[in-house]
Ligand binder design. Sequence first.
Ligand code: BES
Ligand code: ZN
Length: 885
Amino acid sequence: MNNRSDTSSTLVRLDEYRAPAWRVSQVELTFDLGIDTTEVTSRLHLQRDPAQDAPLRLDGEGLELLSISLDGQALDERAWRYVDNVLEVDDARDGSVLETRVCLRPAANTALEGLYLSGPRERGFLLTQCEAEGFRHITFFPDRPDVLASYKVTLCADRDRFPVLLAGGNPDGHGELEGGRHWARFVDPHPKPSYLFALVAGRLQKIERDYVTSSGRAVKLVIWAEPDAIGQCGYAMDALERSMRWDEDTYGREYDLDVFHVVATHDFNMGAMENKGLNIFNAKYLLADPDSSTDDEYRAVEAVVAHEYFHNWSGNRVTCRDWFQLSLKEGLTVFREQQFSADMNSSALKRIEDVALLRRAQFPEDAGPLAHPVRPAQYSEINNFYTATVYEKGSELVRMVAGRLGREGFRRGMDRYFARNDGRAATLEDFLGALGDANGIDLMPYLAWYAQAGTPRLSARGHYDAAHRTYTLTLSQHTPPTPHQSHKQPLPIPVKLGLFDRAGGMLPLHLTADSAETSGATERVVVLDRAEQVFVFQQVNDAPVPSLLRGFSAPVILECTYEPADLALLLRHDPDGFNRWEAGQQLAARAYDNLREGDGTGALDAWCEALEALFNDSAMDEALLADLLTPPGEIELAERERQVDPSHVHALRQQLQEQLALRIGQQALQRRYEALVSHTSVQLDARSQARRRLKRRVLELLARIDPWTAHAQATLQYDNAPSMTDRLAALSVLVRGNASQAHAALAHFRERYADNPLAMDKWFSVQTQLPGELVIERVHALEGDAAFTLKNPNRVNSLFGAWARNNPDGFHRTDGSGYQLLAERLTQLDALNPQIAARMATAFNGWQRLEPSRRALARTAIESVAAHVGLSRNLNEIVQSMLHG
Ligand code: BES
Ligand code: ZN
């Protein structure tokens, strides 16, 4: 296999960026498609940078070169060399045309990068995945995002086997060939980097919709899937139309081709891919129907469809100069998707979901051996840098800047950014520069956020002076060291804040430095841009309760000496749903500390009491209530520990929920559950979703204090569930409670969904949530199930990913058996699919903070992976960082 670490372990560095010595203005590609072998003929129209004097060097990995000619002349063997994944060609000139013919083996490609086969060979289809560096697995090319070319692509194949032929761009003719073969051509008028190239060929069915952009351009929207799944594409089509309209309304951005194709595949390393004019989706983010998709999955489909569509501007029309700028497209597009989803659904719930994700996925990354800046300074394998830091923290950085500019200012800045950089490969400096220039503001101080790893700690101290009626707030910041970055500088931290009086009302704010116009608002942003700063509020009549970092105005950890009673007040009274949730999370974390330290029950009582009141408040939004009733997850709670014992964290969190359930009371929970059951529907409107969400939460709380009744109810709910949301919720309660009824329900589910891969993934993953001591045995049994395969990324994630990430108690067994099992599978997986293996290996993140005996066992397991011969560059980079920071 290619890509093995012994062949190339060199680092790519941001500060070594050089513009390409050779560019390509036009690419003509002809594919002779076959499952076992495909021939690719490429004609590259070359342009030399007159300022540089370097030979023509093209990337190419694992390519079988059949022929090569320059300007129509077949090349002598001495005029080129293909060594270490680089093809070097002598005597190329500016304006030369290089023609190569290579042979690919799609059916043998298990890495799912480049051209590969999805599904069984008899009825599967061919497709490509090029980001980040997959195009070099298809043909020789300067495979870097700053080489933009126009593409003319001709696909030739057997008509019966491959009736549908697709590539990015506009259709440009099709016809018959001899021997039952046919061809189709596509021309993309917009110059693009090679990572946005795509083709699809096979027996697919479609649904179509006509769309007209606000300026009147007619676009044909087409979603393609295998015949058994085409009935599940309607929701994605609606979501696509909503996304297109939203980007026109919000950013004035229209689609720019005559057709927009979207394809679903079950064999995909990532979630989805924004190839120009031909988006390709992991089926789990495209297909949806009530019988097999949960509410969360519906929302994920909407979000991912939107994300990939939004890339058409933030990523495709304006692309990245190099992969260090990845967050330029990903962080920005995640932010745009978050805005869209907030507009389509509830903005408070969306913010809660995103901040919870940031804390669960990004904060631990920033606190461990894999910590890296949003714009990393170097990498060995770029695929390892599609991380929560680049995506989620990257989005938070855009959010901070957007907040600084305000809605109109941000739109003005984005207009400037698109206008200046359309058709270019840009940098983060270009982004901040355009946004700042359009608003007369210097945003360059925010670059420090992109360069510095680690989560800043923000401390706040308040002091009320009754004699002067002033409230003095002292804010300070500190970022702990991260691997390779021991010295940290202060960052600009926007802190949105308000002050509450003791009755829960918001006070008008009079900051000493304020002008008359800004004075008196009840909420405002102060920016801390030094190590420490003092803010003095005037005319404060009584000691206030501060509400800090409202809306999570910066991705920091707030270390605040709130009193439990203050948090309880915010939890009860803050008019903003997100801030309310946030106060509840802080309070729950303090309650957790109470349980752990056995140092009183002040926070625990305050938390339970406030939630009991909200539970019984009929005006309370049901979805928000469900979230309020959910304490921080085990991963987040573990971040509070010096030495982590995951089983102990799990037990304490269970106790926390038990205390809450006892406080609300078995009867009240029971009544609420029954009321919610009586409203059962399959509708997707917000109210129906909210009820299902709360119903699940109430049933889970009931299971903590009265498992026998809860399991009987869960069984009934499973049997009568009209939707997957209710069915899976019930199944999960049975499995987690190790209920006697779980066995029959699982057997029923297995049988009913045997032919539905996405539902089967849920069948695997729900069982990884068995109580800790039982789960390893089950994981072993599930590996032996006929439906399990290491070759399918979704299936691997649904078993090993769900187990190692979502069941810490079940993964971190005290005998190290969990670590050992994962380590063994990682090396097996690596031989098939290095990207998936590397991502799975990050489940070991945080191992250095485990208590000593688990830590030693984890180290041994990671070292056993590292000692393996012939590891991919992907997995090697992760385990090396994991061991040596
Ligand atoms: N461009 C990425 C997909 C990608 C990432 C391809 C890495 C190859 C290597 C795409 O736009 C993306 O970000 N997809 C996300 C889902 C998204 C909604 C956050 C993904 O695949 O996880
Ligand atoms: Zn993306």
